[in-house]
Design a protein. Structure first.
Length: 221
């Protein structure tokens, strides 16, 4: 007779808790945000458009699943990822499965992302080679506070609304590679489209800062 509470079943039960914690779009978005660096509950609530109490409830679910961990500073509570590399890898795997198996995700990719940039993105290994020989300008289009927490080596931090004014920062005939929070961050797509419209050769990185860091590649703070 098979045990309903054997060691395998106990492991599966805990894995199901992790899966359940991911079963809400706000919680996935929270994980994407804290993958950029530690954030307060208030900041997360504001960025996602939640009440403080609602944001706190989502964070408690992530905390119980050991995906996020709190740190108290005075009256404020800050959250960061637990096992950062593994969580970022888990989210990337979730995205790949969704892209391959769910037609609605592919429709969004086709209608929004690929209409803005149908070119093959730059891989991490290819970008690393270009950074070593100085044949690329690296553009980080995340908010300044995220850039300050960590960024790719030598990256320029320019927001979309400042990009036209900063065109003089780009060297002629040197391509620009833009990156953002991750593979579904629209900022890098918009930056590439904006730069190409101004006659500048521009490409996207295949994903974003968290994936680069999780791969053990060099970062700066």
């Amino acid at each position: 007779m098979k045990s309903s509470n054997g060691p395998k079943q106990q492991i599966f039960s805990h894995l199901a808790e992790i899966a359940a914690a991911l079963a809400h779009p706000h919680r996935i978005e929270i994980l994407e945000l804290i993958a950029q660096g530690e954030r307060s509950v208030e900041d997360l609530a504001e960025r996602i458009g939640l009440s403080l109490s609602n944001a706190s409830r989502h964070l408690q679910v992530l905390r119980r699943a050991r995906l996020a961990a709190p740190r108290r500073e005075g009256k404020n509570m800050f959250y960061s990822l637990v096992s950062e590399t593994e969580v970022v890898t888990l989210l990337a795997s979730l995205g790949r499965v969704g892209e391959r198996n769910i037609a609605e995700i592919d429709q969004v990719l086709q209608s929004y992302f690929r209409t803005r940039d149908s070119l093959e993105p730059v891989s991490r290994s290819a970008l690393l080679e270009r950074l070593r020989d100085g044949s690329v300008t690296l553009l980080d289009v995340r908010p300044p506070e995220e850039f300050a927490r960590g960024h790719l080596p030598g990256a320029l931090n320019i927001s979309l609304d400042q990009l036209d004014a900063a065109l003089g920062d780009f060297t002629e005939n040197i391509p620009v590679v833009a990156y953002c929070r991750g593979p579904y961050c629209i900022l890098s797509f918009e930056a590439v489209a904006q730069l190409r419209a101004r006659g500048i050769e521009a490409l996207r990185l295949e994903d974003g800062y968290p994936e680069w860091k999780a791969a053990g590649l060099p970062v700066e703070t």
